[in-house]
Ligand binder design. Structure first.
Ligand code: XMP
Length: 506
């Protein structure tokens, strides 16, 4: 815990992480804590109680140590579940809702005061709750209602508020300003968060943690491992960066990664293991089996060159840490991408795993990368799965099929770049479908394969929505693929949300 940081108590809402993120975006240091950690916090600057899926009327509903909370004497904001808890603790009552209210609602401000200063009289908010306030504690004022005159914001005391909606989601149109008001107008003494200061701190910490040991870092060309490698290099520690070419990479990818690392001045060792991967995958069509083989081969290849590591650096980010804390599983703390989990757990126990990015969100990693001089394109590459094209070519793999997927993908991505759409989407790719389809080429019937294009937006890959790309972009990509990729006579666009579909095909 840092002095004067914003402590966010996690009551389990799916949006809790976003609160921390928004607070940092507003320029203040923030971390997430379990409600049971409250009494042990040292010198927080403000405290936010998050929303949560439970009802306060449940017997074992998560609680708050109210005495400890008030003893800090700092501004407090309760969000949804957090507001209900504060209401009860102040002597009010809560009526358990029969159904869960979810979605947009109207915020009608009755008293601007601190929280709603500069906020429109009426604006859209995002609700997700089942309980509602039934009796208000004495001395509490209703500072906003919804369109049915139900209280949605309460002021409990001079520096304590509750809101029944999620200010952290963008669907609450003026939510960011409401959070800002809470942080800047409540008299809170808060520590600033800025990536430059953080970088200097991280470099010192790395030097202290590493000493003269050698650090091994797996790199993929992706944002996290690239920033990690450059950061370690900048810290001046002894470093080995290992890149494994699985043969499942995109068109020209290995060459690009090599070039990228030359540009940032970090030496990498390239292991061409494509023959080994493709050999073991030959004839295997079950998706799980494919993943297992790739994971297993990766372990062999990586540890084959990285044995006897003194320290292994991992690109674990803050959301991974939070996820593992809430699932209580040490294993999920580790990126399982390459199924190196057992070995990594072993190293962890021995104190040989270094996770310098574990405090950061993705956008912060990008900002850090930019301040380390990493080129923009490297920081804005779409995520690419560890099993690579194997999950984009359903069924058994062959070099020919991989080549088709590679060509089609390169055309689609080039079209997205040309049209300015590449950075507006979270991830995009072409998948080669395992079906044959009838077409015509010249005067003859053709019997060839189909390509499916997918472009999605997402915040965290847990959910995703397909992108409404302009027809002109889709048409150009389709035309180029049909005209130049041998073996393809049909192009489809995937309009599936996640859930129920996943982002990848397999
Ligand atoms: P799905 O397909 O599960 O993907 O919706 C969610 C996100 O995770 C990526 N992904 C992976 N990344 N190893 C990885 O490193 C994997 O095995 C893997 N499977 C999926 C996917 O590209 C998307 O960004």
């Amino acid at each position: 815990m840092n002095d004067n940081e914003v402590a966010v108590l996690d009551y389990g809402s799916q949006y809790t992480q976003l609160i921390v993120r928004r607070v940092r975006e507003l320029g203040f240091l923030a971390h997430l804590y379990a409600p049971t950690q409250l009494a042990g916090l040292k010198n927080p600057g403000a405290i936010i109680l998050s929303g949560g899926p439970r009802s306060t009327s449940e017997v074992d509903a998560p609680d708050v140590d109210f005495e400890a909370l008030m003893a800090f004497g700092v501004p407090v904001l309760g969000v949804c579940y957090g507001m209900q808890l504060l209401n009860i603790k102040h002597g009010g009552t809560v009526r358990p809702g029969v159904t869960r209210e979810y979605g947009p609602a109207k915020l009608i401000v009755s008293e601007a005061g601190t929280l709603f200063a500069g906020i429109s009289h009426e604006s859209q908010i995002w609700m997700s709750h089942s309980d509602t306030v039934s009796a208000l504690p004495e001395g509490v004022s209703v500072i906003a209602t919804n369109e049915d005159a139900v209280p949605v914001a309460l002021q409990f005391g001079e520096r304590c508020w509750g809101i029944q909606f999620h200010p952290e989601v963008t669907h609450s149109h003026e939510g960011a300003q409401i959070l800002k008001n809470f942080l800047t107008r409540s008299g809170a003494k808060l520590a600033p968060f800025d990536i430059q200061a953080f970088k200097a701190e991280m470099l010192n910490q790395i030097r202290a943690d590493v000493g003269d040991r050698e650090v091994v870092c797996g790199v993929s060309g992706g944002v996290d491992s690239t920033v990690l490698a450059v950061l370690l290099h900048r810290a001046g520690v002894k470093l080995r960066c290992i890149y494994i070419d699985t043969g499942l990479m995109r068109k020209g990818e290995t060459a690009e990664v090599i070039k990228q690392f030359i540009e940032v001045g970090v030496p990498i060792e390239v292991v061409d293991a494509s023959a080994a991967f493709l050999g073991r995958l030959a004839g295997v069509s079950d998706p799980e089996e494919k993943r297992k083989i790739i994971g297993g081969e990766f372990i062999e290849q990586f540890w084959g060159v990285a044995d006897n590591v003194e320290l292994l650096a991992q690109g674990t980010l803050y959301p991974d840490v939070i996820e593992s804390a809430s699932s209580g599983s040490a294993a999920s703390k580790i990126k399982t991408h390459h199924n190196r989990v057992d070995r990594i757990l072993e190293l962890k126990k021995e104190g040989k795993v270094l996770e310098p990015l574990a405090e950061l969100f993705k956008d912060e990693v990008r900002a850090l990368g930019a301040s380390l001089g990493i080129p923009h394109e490297a920081l804005w590459r779409h995520p690419f799965p560890g099993p690579g094209l194997a999950v984009r070519v359903p069924g058994a793999l062959t070099p020919e099929k991989l080549e088709i997927a590679r060509e089609a993908d390169a055309i689609f991505i080039a079209e997205l770049r040309r049209s300015g759409w590449y950075e507006k989407v979270w991830q995009a790719y072409a998948a080669l479908l395992p079906v044959k389809t009838v077409g015509v080429k010249g005067d003859e019937r053709s019997y060839e394969q189909a390509i499916s294009l997918r472009a999605v937006v997402s915040e965290d890959a847990m959910t995703a929505d397909w992108v409404e790309l302009p027809y002109e972009v889709l048409r150009a990509a389709s035309n180029k693929i049909l005209n130049s990729v041998k073996g393809i006579n049909r192009v489809l666009y995937d309009i599936s949300t996640k859930p129920p579909a996943s982002i990848e095909w397999e």
